[in-house]
Design a protein around this ligand. Structure first.
Ligand code: DXP
Ligand SMILES: NCC(=O)COP(=O)(O)O
Length: 238
């Protein structure tokens, strides 16, 4: 079964727009879990444009499914994760000023850095995942870092789906998923997945443990309602 981890960054975006506490991020996280969401994902960026470091601390106290914290492992991020001790940390090679995540790790070039960083988290019992492009060589090299899982960066698949080229677009993801399984890695996926494209992806990717979905889900919820959208995703993932 593929678990749905809801990324609540964009709920924090709306909250921060007025400087108050509406929408209440913690209530939203609790409600998402009550609606059937199987995890909460956050991506506290260095500028705290949406999720703040304090949100991460507060969410740790109330999330009852799984808390996944994503981010570039700069020192302050590492310190936050070691303090909060989420269920999972997902390392993403984001530039500080990136509008969103836009690449996976070069797990060959940054192998030694990733080995050291992964070890820090695993020593604290935190499950680790590395954000990678759909490239079997990157998956194989990821296994050498000691990571528990990789997360497939699915933007290129989403774009191919929109261009009616999903069969071509998904091909490298299938190959990378097979390489990950052969290397003994768990498999997550995320970025630009939505109600239209998620089912085809999940049905074609073997051993997919978790998808983390945020931007589209929150946008869809503006029209369809949060509880309804969470259940629509769950239905597409069974
Ligand atoms: C790694 C990943 O794909 C997500 O965390 C994505 O980066 C969401 O970040 P934003 O919500 O800031 O776009
Ligand atoms: N890891 C992907 C994630 O958490 C959400 O990405 P998106 O659905 O906001 O593009």
């Amino acid at each position: 079964m593929t678990k749905l981890s809801v990324n609540i960054n964009k709920i924090a975006t709306i909250r921060n727009a007025r400087g108050g506490n509406m929408p209440d991020l913690l209530k939203a996280a609790t409600d998402i879990e009550r609606f059937g969401g199987q995890g909460i994902t956050i991506h506290p960026r260095p500028d705290e444009r949406h999720i703040t470091y304090q949100d991460a601390r507060d969410l740790k106290k109330i999330v009852t499914t799984e808390l996944n914290i994503e981010g570039n492992p700069v020192p302050k991020f590492i310190d936050l994760v070691l303090e909060v001790k989420p269920d999972q940390v997902t390392l993403v090679p984001d530039a500080e000023d990136a509008i969103t995540s836009n690449a996976g790790w070069d797990t060959i070039k940054y192998g030694s850095f990733l080995v050291k960083t992964i070890d820090l988290f695993k020593k604290e019992g935190i499950r680790t995942s590395i954000f990678v492009d759909p490239n079997p060589e990157m998956a194989k090299a990821a296994a050498d870092t000691g990571t528990d899982r990789i997360e497939l960066y699915t933007e290129s698949y989403a774009k191919s789906f929109d261009q009616n080229e999903k069969q071509t677009g998904i091909a490298p993801f299938i190959e990378t998923a097979k390489a990950a399984t052969t290397a003994g890695l768990g498999l997550n996926a995320g970025h630009d997945l939505n109600l239209e494209n998620v089912a085809y992806f999940q049905k074609n990717i073997p051993n997919l443990l978790e998808v983390s979905i945020g931007h589209a889900l929150i946008c869809e919820a503006l029209y369809l309602g949060l509880e309804n959208v969470v259940n629509m995703y769950l239905n597409r993932l069974t």
